[in-house]
Design a protein around this ligand. Structure first.
Ligand code: KIV
Length: 272
């Protein structure tokens, strides 16, 4: 498969093509993603929770994203990779934002960066785009500001909030983002925004009126029992992995593993 390009993503706004994005953070898994039809990978700051066990994304650093991102890039030559800018590394100044984005492009070799925020991030988005780096916006439920939102809460639940979201989308669009990720909003809200901007939308928990759809890999593979309402489990790996661990333990205790089939059976002269 050939890697999707920024112009091809932009074109999805008018040509009806749908595409998919999943998070991925490690080499072994990316070898499977690369064989699949999924067009895009997000090396997301959600790795703070899925890989590092934090209770949010705020503690994630650029080095975290870069280390995981490099592992992902190593076996994903034809998958479009988005590097996720962590909290505190693009909100101090425009120079800081460009610096972090440059590091991601050069050290990970990603295809674009993503950052959170609408109007409040428009100036830094414009500066990064002007520096020649493609930007994916991210509005709606923005996990880096979940404290402001009172937690991981669905956004856009009043007409004022909907108009504010549309203003955010327009600001990011005017700043030059080639695609906007909208997270955690009622599907009618995403549809309304989509009808009023010219930039394609990737939705996560935003309904079906989007050009692209995103899921967190650990949710869609069913590693955990609880997943957010919007996350469909396409596999149920958690129970399967637990079963494998317990079967291994039981077979060792029972003496059923390892059999000669799983042993080196070389005859050592003089030993027997
Ligand atoms: O970090 C991440 O995985 C994200 C998704 C929630 C879109 O930003």
């Amino acid at each position: 498969m050939r890697k999707i390009t920024v112009p091809e993503v932009r074109a999805t706004k008018t040509n009806g093509r749908k595409f998919t994005l999943i998070t991925c953070y490690d080499y072994t898994t990316v070898t499977i993603v690369e064989k699949s039809d999924i067009e895009m990978i997000l090396v997301g700051d959600s790795l703070g929770m899925t890989m590092l066990g934090y209770d949010g994304t705020v503690g994630v650093t650029p080095d975290d994203i870069i280390n995981y991102g490099k592992a992902v890039r190593r076996d994903a030559p034809t998958t479009f990779i988005i590097g996720d800018m962590p909290f505190g590394y693009y909100n101090e100044s425009i120079e800081q934002g460009i610096h972090t984005a440059n590091r991601f492009m050069r050290e990970i070799g990603c295809d674009c960066i993503k950052l959170e925020g609408g109007i409040r991030s428009a100036a830094v988005v414009k500066a990064i785009v002007d520096a020649g780096i493609p930007v994916c916006g991210h509005i709606g439920l923005t996990p880096q500001s979940s404290s402001n939102m009172g937690g991981f809460k669905v956004q856009g639940k009043s007409m004022d909030a909907v108009e504010a979201l549309l203003a955010d989308a327009k600001a990011i669009e005017a700043a030059g983002a080639f695609v906007i990720l909208i997270e955690g909003v009622p599907r009618s809200v995403c549809k309304y925004i989509r009808e009023n901007i010219n930039t394609p939308i990737i939705g996560i928990g935003a309904g079906s009126d989007c050009e692209g759809q995103c899921l967190i890999m650990h949710d869609m593979l069913g590693y955990t029992e609880w997943v957010p309402k919007f996350a469909k489990k396409y596999a149920n790996l958690g129970p399967q992995i637990l079963d494998a661990f317990n079967t291994f333990h039981q077979e060792v205790v029972d003496g059923a593993f390892p059999t000669p089939e799983y042993s080196y059976n070389t005859k050592v002269e003089g030993l027997e």
